[in-house]
Write a new protein. Structure first.
Lengths: 499, 235
């Protein structure tokens, strides 16, 4: 079967990350009571927990307010909430530094380098995700329930306890585990805003052990702890379910009869105001200072070409790997489970753990694999779940529609691909390609692990410019990266909607 | 009992203008093609929609500016009449107290209503554990404890089979007699009107085109629109 090769490639790549970490980490890297390791693991969990609580605490009132108010700009705010997830993390981190940094518009309000900055950035990224998950639940309330509550004379308190809270409560566990997972694996935010050994997470500590201390066994030890935390979290997330469903468009929705008091009105607009105050300034800062300092130096041009090249290559490779898997999964039940499992393997394994394993394997076997190949392979693994899910759904539908007809007409192989699949699956194929390119374009992890002075993508260049306190130059570069990303996102949205 | 005078409303490009007078103690069936404005008519009476002009009076009292919860009506929808996370008993009791804090006499009242509609044994179950007909009985029981003089039902039994529908119509007529209710019911089934309703009204294009005692209504066929809707040219 044609699907065996791609499945074997994925499993080999994942094992090449996992096995060396496991073997060397257990043998050389783990000292049980290492105070540094305990501190880093503790900080990882602490910041992820605080980020989760703060994000949810903000999301609940914002979701409630957006669900029951109708005003001009409501749709715009909801669309804006998709932005933190779509934009490369380094771009928004830069925006946060520009707003809350010592010389920022709101400088001195928070200490951006350290726990406060990390929490601020994580709330910025994650409260919109939680808000949207809750909005989806609230939008699912049948219109009759609002009418019923009006007729039965429910006050706002009872609308909350009888209708709104039971809906929000359903979304909470899924949102909480997802946010905790994202924050525990957060690399870009902690790398840029974490202040040295005091405020660092496992993901970043692994990177520092490998690239600065040249201490692979220690990196492997840290990686084992990260792996253990992730295994528990992934199991938990699997039980809780949830995850982000597709970005639904929120139609104007049901008519509401509650929340008409002045106090409720004031509270709702206060919540929306606070949400907007968290969301808008960093994005606006990148935009305005990026426009003012837009520059195309040789380094920017080089990094742009590198970024696009890696994006195109990793998208192409992930398509080539996913296509036979999706084909097999559409027709054989056993393959559909195996494919789904191997695809998420790359997601469950944190990127830093994967990188550590490859690093160990290469240094100890003195294999020489060019850095771009490693970066492409890693971006590809990160993009696999998105690409596979899009392709698998489309291919399954096409199999259902065309298989019998093609069999009766004797169309198969390349003919089938060119005459039937390619024309009918043009849009989903395009969307899958774009999603892989978006993931690769915004990624900082792979390039930080395997890149160098001469091999740099746009996110890595921005990080370097920020590191040498050229914030304004970095803003110009960030705007270029943001524009590329947004162009791809808009194209993907358009193609996705046309299906 | 329920009077509408030139009540104007716009819904998705359709201009509506309703006038009618429902006598006290009537069981009025409202029939008409879908999209004719039957549900909007009920929403206006219940206060979910506010008329652009005209006057709605219930029991002689002008309803302008009266919130849905303050109006002397209960409404039952085709679906979603219950809160999924509450037991059937709580779904009835919530009609007496939104906080579900009941006095002993209110508890007795709730149990009595559950018995009256025949779901007392199911009272501790949740809505997803009972049938569609039983869920509609919950709504009727809640209307009983709320004890409002008028009951509006918007296609309440559309999802039920013919014999179950008869049972529900019988139940409605019984509670109507016991409580002296005025009932308005939207239906897609002219035979429901013939079976249970004392009066029948025909709504089309946002207007009440005809309203008469049921016998008379189906006997005359004086309206071409009604003949077309019923699809029978001979009677």
């Amino acid at each position: 079967m044609a699907a065996i090769l791609p499945a074997a490639i994925i499993i080999a790549l994942v094992l090449a990350g996992f096995l060396p970490v496991f073997l060397i980490g257990l043998k050389e890297g783990l000292a049980p009571a290492d105070p540094y390791l305990l501190h880093v693991a503790g900080f990882t969990l602490l910041q992820a927990g605080l980020s989760t609580v703060l994000s949810l605490a903000l999301a609940v009132p914002v979701a409630r307010a957006l669900a029951r108010r109708r005003f001009r700009g409501r749709g715009f705010i909801i669309r804006l909430m998709a932005l933190p997830l779509a934009l490369p993390a380094i771009v928004t981190v830069l925006g946060i530094v520009e707003i809350y940094g010592t010389r920022g518009w709101l400088g001195g309000l928070f200490d951006v380098y350290g726990l406060q900055g990390i929490l601020l950035a994580h709330v910025f990224f994650n409260f919109p995700i939680a808000t949207r998950m809750m909005l989806i639940r609230l939008a699912a309330v049948p219109p009759e329930s609002w009418r019923l509550s009006a007729q039965l004379g429910f006050g706002d308190r009872h609308v909350w306890s009888r209708i709104e809270w039971p809906q929000i409560r359903v979304a909470l566990p899924g949102a909480a585990t997802l946010i905790f997972l994202l924050c525990a694996a957060s690399f870009t935010v902690v790398l840029t805003l974490g202040g040295g050994p005091k405020a660092t997470t496992l993901e970043v500590a692994i990177y520092q052990a490998l690239r600065f201390d040249f201490d692979p066994p220690r990196a492997a030890g840290l990686a084992i702890v990260q792996l253990a935390i992730f295994a528990v979290l992934a199991l938990l997330a699997h039980r809780v379910g949830g995850g982000i469903s597709a970005w639904q468009s929120f139609r104007s929705g049901a008519v509401r009869y509650d929340g008409s008091s002045h106090l409720a009105r004031f509270g709702d607009f206060l919540a929306i105001g606070i949400g907007a105050a968290v969301l808008v300034p960093p994005i606006a800062a990148v935009l305005s200072s990026g426009i003012a300092h837009l520059g195309f130096g040789a380094d920017v041009a080089m990094a742009t070409i590198t970024s696009l090249g890696i994006g195109v290559c990793s998208a192409a490779v992930s398509m080539i790997i996913c296509w036979p898997l999706a084909q097999a999964a559409a027709r054989r039940r056993c393959w559909s489970r195996l494919a789904a499992l191997s695809v998420v393997a790359g997601l469950i394994l944190p990127p830093a753990v994967l990188a550590t394993g490859w690093f160990l394997l290469l240094t100890r076997s003195s294999l020489a694999i060019p850095a771009p190949v490693l970066v492409i392979a890693m971006s590809m693994l990160m993009a696999l779940p998105f690409v596979y899910n899009t392709l698998a759904a489309a291919v399954a539908e096409s199999a259902l529609q065309h298989d019998r007809l093609c069999a009766s007409l004797g169309i198969s192989g390349l003919d089938r691909f060119v005459r039937v699949d390619l024309p009918s699956l043009r849009r989903p194929l395009g969307v899958a390609f774009l999603m892989a390119a978006i993931v690769s374009l915004g990624d900082l992890t792979a390039i930080m692990f395997f890149g160098s002075q001469d091999f740099m993508t746009l996110p890595a260049l921005i990080y370097r410019q920020m590191g040498s306190y050229r914030i304004e130059t970095a803003a110009g570069t960030a705007l270029i990266l943001a524009l590329f990303t947004m162009a791809l996102v808009m194209l993907a949205e358009r193609w996705g909607a046309e299906r | 009992m329920i009077g509408l005078e030139d009540v104007a409303f716009h819904y998705e490009d359709m201009a509506m203008r309703f006038s009618m007078d429902v006598p006290e103690g009537a069981f009025l069936a409202v029939i008409g093609p879908s999209g004719a404005g039957k549900s909007t008519l009920f929403s206006l009476i219940a206060g979910f929609d506010i008329p652009l002009s005209g006057r709605i009076a219930i029991g002689g009292r002008d309803m302008a500016g009266v919130a849905p919860g303050q109006r002397p009506v209960s409404m039952i929808f085709q679906d979603n009449n219950v809160f999924g996370h509450l037991t059937l008993r709580d779904n009835v009791a919530i009609g007496l107290s939104p906080g579900l804090k009941l006095t002993p006499s209110q508890q007795a009242e709730t149990d009595e209503a559950l018995r009256r509609v025949g779901i007392y044994e199911l009272r501790e179950r949740r809505p997803e554990e009972v049938s569609g007909g039983e869920r509609q009985r919950v709504a009727i029981a809640r209307a009983l404890v709320r004890d409002k003089p008028a009951l509006l039902l918007d296609e309440p039994f559309a999802a039920l089979g013919p014999s179950l529908r008869r049972d529900m119509l019988d139940l409605l007529r019984e509670v109507q007699r016991e409580k002296g209710l005025t009932i308005l019911m939207v239906s897609h089934q002219p035979e429901d009107a013939r079976y249970a309703a004392s009066h029948t009204a025909f709504v089309e294009q946002g207007r009440v085109l005809a309203m008469a005692p049921t016998e008379e209504f189906f006997g005359k066929r004086y309206l071409p629109e009604l003949r077309e809707y019923l699809g029978e040219w001979r009677s």
